[in-house]
Design a binder for this molecule. Structure first.
Ligand code: EAX
Length: 324
């Protein structure tokens, strides 16, 4: 046996002695960079759970798509290869159909009403449905109100979207909405978007201001339009396989950490969104801020006509009624 093997075994033995028997390390993946509202949420989660557990539970943050796109990571949670994620709801409807009720365009009137609804009975009922998919929906973090960027032209009216090759999330309600606007929606994982924009295989994409600024999208997108066409929650989700391996006390700590993550993301968006629009302009983007939201909402109505009855129409109606 070589000296190297012996020292490696001694190191491994020492590490095992140093880590308490109940020690658990959880990987937490998301697609935005660490310097983002998702990163702030991830750090809040990590700090909270490591404090509450006295270090028995540690978290390894895996930003910028390190564990794959959002859909891949959700599949990883289902089979237990990944423990945790903070994921926009975009692809989640494919696993938990009730989540589609949150992705309809121009559904939420404001951040305040979105938070109130998501943290109230409706949002909690939807989180409870994650169980059916081998997932544990822990809390509603935040991505933000989504806006359109593109490299072709300044867009102000719905008809300006005609023919724009626009990347969408893998979300059939969003695909239907941009088809109704006359665009050519192209669903793909976020991990492919920046390259596709650089290569010109797509003309544009749609995301909240924070995603636009933290990815310095002015380097590859000349135009932005603050359409605010959909509010994007971000779910804090755990693999049920790993959740079931936790004690009740540890599960309580995980829930507290998830809410701390959600609060951190919302605080970052509230603090940075307006300055972010100025940053987009300062970096040369042509930003259209005033649009006729009524005209845009009417133009995407076919998405409701096609999907409102398909995915938990009762939830969708309750969300609309709660904002009257
Ligand atoms: O990192 O796929 C998307 O557009 C989502 O907004 C994602 O969180 C971006």
């Amino acid at each position: 046996m070589t000296r190297l093997t012996v020292s490696a075994m001694l190191l491994a033995g020492a590490a095992a002695i140093a880590m308490p028997a109940s020690a658990k390390n959880l990987n937490l993946g998301f697609t935005p960079p660490l310097d983002s509202h998702y990163g702030d949420a991830g750090r809040a989660f990590k700090e909270t759970i490591e404090t509450l557990s006295g270090g028995d539970i540690t978290v390894s943050i895996k930003p910028a798509g390190a564990l794959g796109g959002e859909r891949d990571v959700i599949e990883g949670l289902q089979i237990g290869t990944v423990e945790l994620t903070i994921s926009s709801t975009g692809p989640i409807g494919n696993f938990v159909p009730e989540v589609y009720a949150l992705d309809f365009p121009y559904l939420f009137n404001s951040y305040e009403s979105a938070h109130e609804i998501l943290d109230g009975p409706i949002g909690q009922e939807i989180l409870a449905r994650f169980d059916d998919a081998g997932l544990v929906g822990l809390a509603w973090s935040e991505n933000g109100f989504r806006h359109v960027t593109n490299s072709k032209r300044s867009i102000a009216k719905p008809e300006d979207m005609q023919g724009i090759k626009l990347r969408t999330m893998e979300n059939e309600v969003h695909i239907a909405a941009f088809k109704a606007l006359g665009a050519a929606p192209t669903p793909m994982s976020w991990t492919e978007v920046l390259t596709a924009l650089q290569q010109g295989t797509i003309d544009g994409q749609e995301n909240p201001e924070q995603i636009i600024t933290v990815n310095k999208m002015w380097e590859i997108q000349k135009y932005a339009t603050l359409t605010g066409h959909a509010y994007s929650p971000a779910a804090v989700v755990m693999s049920k396989i790993h959740w079931d391996g936790l004690s009740e006390e540890e599960q309580g700590w995980i829930r507290q950490a998830a809410q701390a993550a959600a609060d951190a993301a919302r605080a970052t968006v509230a603090a940075k969104e307006q300055a972010g629009v100025e940053e987009m302009r300062a970096n040369g983007m042509d930003v259209v801020t005033e649009i006729d939201k009524g005209a845009w909402a009417s133009a995407v109505q076919p998405a409701y006509d096609e999907y409102a009855d398909k995915y938990s129409p009762e939830l969708l109606q309750r969300i609309r009624d709660a904002q009257k």
